[in-house]
Design a protein around this ligand. Structure first.
Ligand SMILES: Nc1nc2c(ncn2[C@@H]2O[C@H](COP(=O)(O)OP(=O)(O)OP(=O)(O)O)[C@@H](O)[C@H]2O)c(=O)[nH]1
Ligand SMILES: [Mg+2]
Length: 1001
């Protein structure tokens, strides 16, 4: 319980931007106030920094009126643990400086010597607290701690007196002028920000290592992290900053200090006295930022001035400059002296939960602009047996074997290489207090083959060890000093950390954080940025950069996703954690009174038992917040998909949460299944990332329910297990299974079109490969139905194309051989190559197309820009024509390339299709065609390139910005259809396109 109190205390005191407020409640020891306290901090987002006991309310109100802040915690059973936590919180707190007078009462709390020492340590960092009562505390004997406290409080008091005068003296002029100059010039400065990702097995000590890095006190019990915890650090001392604290102010201070020093270095004292507007010209020009940062074209220099054009808001008002930037001379000098410091970098730390269920989320969060800390428990690497006698049975039982631990390291190295191939990796070994022979750990790691898998991205510390050992139980706040140094130096070597970022970006970010909104619409951010003079294009570049750094989450695959920016990544992680949870974390819901009362318990049980979630359950789990976005986010990341199979307890909108399938312990009953043709997707050249199989299952489940696939039959609901799935595409039944690095597909013996099913599955996997698992090597192996030898599909097709049907091919990892002709059953369906999107002669194609009217020459006019959309338009034309649609397309009418002929083509077509790719509206021809289509009142259909990895891709905001005035709202009014290229999706894409083009009968 004491720990619980300390949590509350920490929540209260680390709050960095307090607004004087009042919380009245009973003592913390009483259940009621415990709850109201946590509610106050969890729900309201108000900055309640003051609370008092109920009977003190009157005096507290008086204090508040005087602008005084009192934190009264007397008689609260805070004990040693609580006071330590409080000390830690106080050490971090910079927010209290908004208050003029701060008093804290800790009387009657049994904090003892340790608590007093913690308070003394805290005050060494906290320069705000001026009064602290420690009266009547149990066994307090350490007088020097009390003396130290008295001394430090006195210093703070004196300092506070000084502070009040700042901003008004003549001495401040050069400093404030420099601040003004920095802000008015609006230049870009290196932000020095990086993303630090902490990964490793469950209970390896990741969270403890993060606490060590942040200088926080050790935790002894294991509180397993759910999905991830996101922390942000301050540049110079690794202290954690509050989630609403931006870095604009710090950046301006730093830039001002640099400016002052540069001016001093020029040894031209006149410069300092020069009028404000002359100051920037005295300095070397700084390069513009946004082009450099993202490759997104932008105005060469965002013009930001303190009192600029009337529409443009100054980044800060003059009064704000004086108020925020009046700092002591000592602080100014300190800033100037730290300019050359090579390690001034702040981090967004992502502390991942190590449980397997969270691995499904890796591809979203393991991004490449980051550093990876792979944390392992050294006891497991040396072999847990050594610790059998020194550990409790329970603790010993939780340790992994050496083999498991090394396998886990290999898994993490592979996952990082998969998702962030160039990111630096640091290895951290925990439990240094228990493992003394570090060389032995080193030796084991070197012997294990897993290190090779980092492919040169492993950063080695100085000395003989290839990892950094840590003792997370040490109470010294600097226990991870050498690790911090290594991380910071590694980060500084990354070019994106040194990139220059316009101050206006940081100001926008600070405003976003200060809004306390967990997410915001793109339109609102565009407006906010516009107020500071940032054009819409720069907003794209800014959000792209922020997303890469893990500062915001902004996906761009669809219009809904693109319009939604998550400002607080922890909010998103917490929402996901409520759905993708392991048994341990899901347990609490079974006792949730609200869930019971809402009548959704059966839905919840169904989610846990069958991985099927009803929309109403998801809405409840997400507190009815941003439900459409979250659904689309999960869908886009293949964590769920619509589930169209009936279920007794089901609502009418269900989803298969494929991200949860790994928690399944059940197996599929395959007793009656008679396998026919089989093949394997083999990933053993590298590894099979978690999630490939479950995503494939989700893709199949969605596909299997399409009306065009089901036909007139009753759909068979897939039978799902964690490593198996029995499915059916129409009358073709098949079994999917996964083992080690292989996904196996077995068609039922009676399946009619086995090769088509295989082609569909390969196409689904290739979709994953393009969107999530880029560069993942794999091979398609076909199993001979007679000899059961598995042979690479590439080898078979090569031999067939050379007519070598009698050639004998060696099986994978086997001495056995099979003749090419054994594989003929895979080729009889004539549906084209199994591993491409090409059609064979026997591919069934849907839809009769209506005949043309007397005024119509074509069904469709494809309007596109050749440089970026030429290939796409050509593919669309071919596939539409294959389906009987007559298409007007300029490349196929070479003789009619003059404008009049094209416009005539528009007038004499049934539907005008605009193919949206990068730069579409820059084309004069496209604009003329579009204008003509509008004048002729043709139906307009939009299709767009959705693949963010293609050069022809651009964002919707870019399309909207560049839409010509004569059709300004076109993209807002018409919903664009994303182009689908993969074989399994192509048919439904063209059906929909043809439907929209009104060409079906
Ligand atoms: N003795 C000792 N214990 C440690 C050390 N580091 C971590 N622990 C303990 O190991 C247990 C697990 O630590 P955590 O930091 O919570 O582990 P984690 O990796 O974050 O675990 P998950 O969040 O579940 O993935 C806790 O009981 C810690 O106190 C260490 O260096 N020495
Ligand atoms: Mg953890």
């Amino acid at each position: 319980m004491v720990l619980y109190y300390s949590w509350v205390l920490r929540a209260a005191v680390t709050d960095q931007a307090p607004r004087p407020g009042l919380f009245a409640g009973g003592s913390l020891g009483q259940r009621g106030s415990e709850e109201s306290l946590s509610r106050a901090f969890a729900d309201s987002r108000t900055r309640l920094m003051t609370w008092v006991k109920a009977d003190d309310v009157a005096s507290a109100v008086e204090d508040m009126a005087k602008g005084e802040t009192k934190i009264s915690l007397s008689r609260n059973n805070i004990h040693v643990e609580g006071s330590r936590a409080l000390g830690e919180a106080l050490a971090q707190n910079t927010g209290l400086c908004a208050l003029e007078y701060v008093f804290m009462c800790l009387a009657y709390n049994k904090i003892g010597d340790t608590g007093a020492k913690a308070m003394a340590d805290a005050l060494a960092c906290n320069s705000i607290l001026q009064k602290l009562s420690l009266a009547s505390n149990f066994r307090m004997t350490l007088l020097d701690a009390v003396d130290k406290i008295k001394f430090l409080l006195g210093k703070n008091k004196a300092r506070a007196g000084r502070l009040q005068h700042y901003g008004s003296t003549e001495d401040d002029a050069p400093w404030l002028d420099a601040v003004h100059a920095v802000i008015s010039h609006g230049d870009a400065h290196p932000w020095g920000r990086a993303k630090l990702m902490i990964v490793g097995r469950g209970a390896a000590g990741k969270t403890s290592t993060v606490r060590s890095l942040l200088g926080q006190s050790p935790i002894h019990e294991h509180r397993s992290t759910e999905v991830a915890d996101v922390h942000r650090t301050r540049a110079h001392d690794w202290r954690e900053v509050a989630s609403d604290q931006g870095e604009f102010t710090a950046q301006v201070r730093f830039a001002a200090a640099r400016r002052l020093r540069e001016l001093a270095d020029m040894s031209d004292a006149q410069q300092l006295d020069a009028p404000l507007q002359d100051v920037p010209s005295a300095l070397p020009p700084l390069p513009s930022s946004s082009q450099e940062l993202s490759g997104v074209a932008s105005d060469p220099k965002p013009a930001l001035h303190l009192e600029a054009s009337p529409r443009q808001k100054a980044l800060l008002s003059s009064e704000e400059v004086v108020r925020k930037f009046s700092i002591t001379e000592d602080e100014q000098l300190l800033l100037q002296s730290s300019i050359s410091s090579e390690t001034r970098v702040s981090f967004t730390i992502w502390d991942y939960g190590g449980q397997e269920v969270f691995y499904a989320l890796h591809h979203i969060f393991l991004t490449d602009k980051g550093l990876y800390l792979v944390v392992f428990d050294m006891r497991e690497i040396v072999g847990k047996e050594i610790f059998k006698d020194s550990l409790s049975e329970e603790a010993y039982g939780k340790l992994a074997t050496q083999e498991e631990a090394l396998k886990s390291l290999r898994f993490w190295f592979d996952s990082i290489r998969m998702h962030a191939p160039d990111a630096p990796v640091l290895l951290v070994g925990t439990h240094k207090d228990q493992v003394h022979d570090l060389r032995q750990v080193n030796q084991k790691l070197l012997e294990a083959s897993c290190l090779k898998r980092t492919r040169g991205t492993l950063i080695r510390p100085e000395g003989d060890l290839i990892f950094v050992p840590v003792d997370n139980t040490d109470t010294d706040p600097n226990r991870a000093a050498s690790l911090r140094t290594l991380i910071a130096a590694t980060a500084m070597a990354q070019s994106y950390v040194r990139k220059r970022v316009p101050l206006a970006w940081l100001k926008v970010h600070e405003d976003l954080l200060n809004s306390h909104a967990p997410y915001m619409s793109l339109e609102d951010i565009v407006d906010l940025a516009a107020a500071y003079g940032l054009p819409r294009r720069d907003v794209d570049a800014m959000l792209f950069f922020f997303h890469g750094l893990g500062v915001v989450v902004h996906l761009r695959g669809s219009q809904t996703l693109e319009r939604f920016i998550v400002i607080d990544p922890q909010w998103l992680v917490d929402k996901l954690a409520r759905v993708i949870a392991d048994d341990l974390h899901a347990h609490k819901f079974f006792y949730d009174a609200d869930l019971k009362a809402s009548g959704l318990m059966p839905d919840f049980e169904r989610l846990r038992d069958h991985c099927i979630a009803s929309r109403r359950l998801l809405a409840w789990l997400w507190g009815n917040e941003a439900v459409d976005f979250l659904l689309e986010f999960m869908d886009a990341n293949m964590l769920l998909c619509p589930w169209h199979f009936a279920h007794e307890a089901g609502s009418n909108e269900d989803f298969l949460v494929s991200g949860l399938l790994s928690t399944f312990s059940r197996e599929v009953d395959t007793e009656d299944f008679e396998p026919g043709l089989s093949c394997e997707l083999d990933f053993s050249e590298f590894f099979l990332p978690r999630g490939v199989f479950h995503r494939l299952v989700a893709q199949c489940a969605e596909y299997a329910a399409r009306p065009s696939v089901i036909g007139d039959d009753e759909p068979m609901a897939p039978l799902l297990g964690s490593e198996q799935a029995m499915m059916s595409f129409g009358i073709n039944n098949f079994l999917l299974s996964v083992k080690e690095n292989v996904v196996r597909v077995s068609l039922a013996r009676e399946a009619e079109r086995p090769a088509m099913v295989i082609k569909l599955l390969v196409s689904m996997f290739r979709e994953q490969e393009e969107t999530v698992f880029r560069g993942l090597p794999w091979d398609l192996l076909l199993e001979s139905p007679t000899s059961h030898v598995l042979v690479s599909y590439t080898k078979i097709t090569k031999a067939r194309s050379e007519g070598k049907f009698r050639a004998r091919l060696r099986g994978r990892n086997s001495k056995r051989v099979a003749t090419v002709s054994e594989f003929e059953p895979f080729f009889v369906e004539q549906i084209g190559a199994l591993d491409t999107d090409e059609d064979g002669p026997a591919v069934p194609r849907a839809k009769a197309v209506s005949s043309l009217g007397p005024d119509e020459d074509t069904h469709v006019f494809l309007s596109h820009v050749q440089s970026t959309g030429g290939d796409l338009a050509e593919t669309l034309r071919l596939k539409l024509e294959n389906r009987g649609v007559k298409v007007w397309f300029d490349q196929s009418h070479k003789d009619k390339l003059n404008q009049e002929a094209m416009l005539d083509g528009v007038r004499r077509t049934r539907t005008y299709v605009l193919v949206l790719t990068e730069g579409i509206f820059k084309s004069k021809a496209v604009k003329a065609e579009l204008r003509c289509a509008l004048e002729a009142k043709k139906p307009i259909v939009l299709v767009h390139e959705p693949d963010t990895h293609r050069l022809s891709y651009t964002s919707f905001s870019e399309y909207i910005t560049s839409t010509p005035d004569f059709c300004k709202d076109l993209l807002i009014e018409e919903e664009s259809l994303p182009v689908r290229r993969k074989w399994y999706e192509e048919d439904s894409f063209f059906r929909e396109l043809i439907r929209r083009c009104a060409t079906t009968v």
